[in-house]
Ligand binder design. Structure first.
Ligand code: MLT
Length: 276
C-alpha cells in the first residue's frame, strides 16, 4: 500500500491510500468514518484494480477544510486525487455519505465516470424530519456530547444479528468513530443536510449504477434503494439478508465480490479500454 497526498488550494492536504494496479476504483467512506472503513475488502479488490481510498477532508489524516464544506467541495477534492493520478475515468463506490459525494462527482464530470456504486446510499435529499434529527445531533455535539451521540448512533448502523454475534467489531467501529473531531462531525452533517436531491444523476445510460442494500439497514432502507434501481439504463442490485448499513464489515466477502464484478463489467464496457 502506498500512502499518497494531494495539495489543492481549497483542500490543503488530502491523504489517500493506493493499493494495486489496473483500472482505478475509488472507495469513499461515510459518516462517521475514515478510509480505514474499507480495510477488510481493499486487498481483494486490489487483485484486479488500482484501489484509491481517501480520507475525506477532516477525517483520518486529511486536513479539515472548514465548517462550511459542501458535498460538492468534497467531490471536487476527490477529482483532485484523480487528476493527480492522471486518471481519465474511474469507477467510484461510495458508502452512504460517500455515496452522496460520488453522486456529486458524477454530476460534475459524468463523462469521466465508468461506473457508480451506491453502497447503502440513497439519491434523495434529507426530508425535513431527517434535517431536524441532524440539527438535534449537531446541538448535542456542540454542547460537548459527541461521545454519547456516537455511542447511540454507531451500534445502530449494524444489523441486530451482527451486533449480537460481533460485539468486538461494533465496539472497534465506535472507537474509530470517537477519533473524529467534533468540528468534522458537525461539518459533515451540515454538508449532508445541504445536499440536493440527485436522483436525476442516476437516470442515465452513460455509465452503469450498482445498488448495495442491507435488508436491516435503517438509514438507507433496502426497498427505497431497490425502487431506485429502475431508473438507470444499466443497474446492478445486491440485497444482503441480516445486514444493516455496514456490509463492508458485516459481509465483506460478498461486498468485495460484488463490487469487483461490477467494476470489471464497467471497465469492459468502456470503449477502447484495454482491460486485462
Ligand atoms: C453515513 O453512513 O454516511 C450516514 O449515515 C449518512 C446519513 O446519515 O445520511
Amino acid at each position: 500500500m502506498e500512502k499518497c497526498t494531494v495539495y489543492t488550494e481549497k483542500c490543503p492536504e488530502i491523504h489517500y491510500r493506493k493499493i494495486g494496479d489496473g483500472a482505478p476504483l475509488m472507495l469513499l467512506h461515510g459518516f462517521p468514518e475514515d478510509g480505514d472503513l474499507w480495510r477488510l475488502i481493499w486487498d481483494a479488490l486490489a487483485e484486479e484494480f488500482m484501489v484509491l481510498v481517501p480520507d475525506l477532508p477532516g477525517s483520518g489524516s486529511s486536513q479539515f477544510i472548514g465548517e462550511r464544506v459542501t458535498i460538492d467541495e468534497l467531490a471536487g477534492a476527490m477529482w483532485a486525487i484523480l487528476d493527480a493520478e492522471e486518471q481519465k475515468r474511474v469507477v467510484v463506490a461510495g458508502h452512504s455519505m460517500g455515496g452522496y459525494v460520488a453522486l456529486a462527482m458524477a454530476e460534475q464530470r459524468p463523462e469521466e465516470i465508468a461506473g457508480l456504486s451506491l453502497v447503502h446510499a440513497t439519491t434523495a435529499a434529507d426530508s425535513d424530519a431527517r434535517k431536524q434529527l441532524r440539527q438535534r445531533a449537531i446541538n448535542h455535539i456542540s454542547r460537548g456530547e459527541r461521545d454519547s451521540f456516537l455511542k447511540d448512533m454507531i451500534p445502530n448502523l449494524f444489523s441486530p444479528v451482527f451486533r449480537e454475534q460481533e460485539p468486538m467489531l461494533v465496539s472497534q467501529q465506535l472507537e474509530r468513530g470517537l477519533k473524529l473531531p467534533s468540528e468534522t462531525l458537525i461539518a459533515f452533517y451540515e454538508a449532508i443536510m445541504g445536499r440536493p436531491d440527485r436522483t436525476d444523476v442516476i437516470k442515465t445510460d452513460q455509465f452503469p449504477i450498482q445498488f448495495i442494500c442491507g435488508k436491516d439497514d435503517t438509514i438507507a432502507p433496502f426497498d427505497t434503494l431497490v425502487n431506485l434501481a429502475d431508473l438507470p439504463a444499466f443497474s446492478f442490485v445486491s440485497v444482503y439478508d441480516e445486514v444493516g448499513h455496514m456490509s463492508m464489515l458485516e459481509r465483506p466477502d460478498s461486498l468485495a465480490a460484488d463490487i469487483a464484478s461490477f467494476a470489471a463489467t464497467c471497465w469492459k464496457a468502456v470503449i477502447n479500454y484495454k482491460y486485462e
